[in-house]
Design a protein around this ligand. Sequence first.
Ligand code: GTP
Ligand code: MG
Length: 346
Amino acid sequence: MSHAELRDLIGRFSFQKCRRGGQGFRRVLLQLFGFLGHGKSSFINTCKYVWEDAGYSNIAKASDDDEGHTMVRITYPLTQTITLVDNRGFCKMGSYETGEIFAQLGNLLPLDTPVEWNEGFGLANRIVKAENLVKVSDFIVPIFVYSAKKGICAEDENELLELIVTARDLTGVYPIVVLTYKSSAKTNHVIRKFKTLGVERIFALENYSLEDHRKSASKHEEVLSFLCEVIKDVEFQVSQPRDPEEEMTERKAFVLRYIHHNDLKFQFQHTEIEALREQSKLEDELRHQREQHEQKIQEDERKHKEDMRRLEEEFQKLHEQPQSYKPSTYKDSKSKRRFSRKSWED
Ligand SMILES: Nc1nc2c(ncn2[C@@H]2O[C@H](COP(=O)(O)OP(=O)(O)OP(=O)(O)O)[C@@H](O)[C@H]2O)c(=O)[nH]1
Ligand SMILES: [Mg+2]
């Protein structure tokens, strides 16, 4: 398909033209999510640049380094029906941020407001409060943005799989992966890894940036093909019977269950850590008592040996004395007595 045909397909998409009509959906929300600094905001800039075919602008405030910068969930309308959402990036799955990520992704929190990292009750409370502010008429397409230059090591695989599967279960749509930093030497390896994780749609591209936004036919085509793929997917999804209200309720229940489960997990981990700490304290105390006991035994033994040695020495001394000391005999005493009487008579 030529660029013009692709543009036409994207620009003309509307829910009303779908086989069953919109069934209550009015807007496609491309929910960009992923780790900090992987190029979500840059991808929004790239999409806007390609679609609007005007000058490049850093509209989504892509950072000039790899750190976390986007703190507010901002919407960027592309066409009348398609809107991109720049979500706050996260550091790691399984942390307390995870509940917030899925609450963002499930569109359970208000758009165009700062993202706080709350856990447990704080987050559940915000979800309930946001009920009247979120639109059930938004059809969510999860877009996982990942930098190819980061590679994927064996330890990351489980985390990525959990993220992708949870995003699919929550939204009912298999996430599309956008790989940024396409020119990285690791790109092919990362594509293979994502395929082994079950991801079918992967778009690799080099984002346009302030430094390099010379128009490239292949970059433009990658972005237009990506948007066409999204449209095809949405058309397919709404060709099935759908109920936006019920889907929103299910997403809410899913995220609240997830938060509750995470809370229990953290509490369990906390209890386990406390128990381990207590156990190691007891072990330290026991070790200390054992050491003191052993020291006492050694001290007693040393004293005992010392006493024995002294006694032996004394005994030895006594044993050596008989040559100079003769105890008096009976005969001696008699003669002494005789001698003394005689001297007295004298
Ligand atoms: N070379 C190259 N640089 C990129 C690409 N995508 C993003 N960058 C750079 O990577 C850095 C981070 O990009 P952002 O778009 O701000 O990343 P982000 O995912 O929005 O980050 P947070 O909002 O902090 O989560 C910026 O310096 C971008 O210029 C790419 O495809 N190629
Ligand atoms: Mg950003």
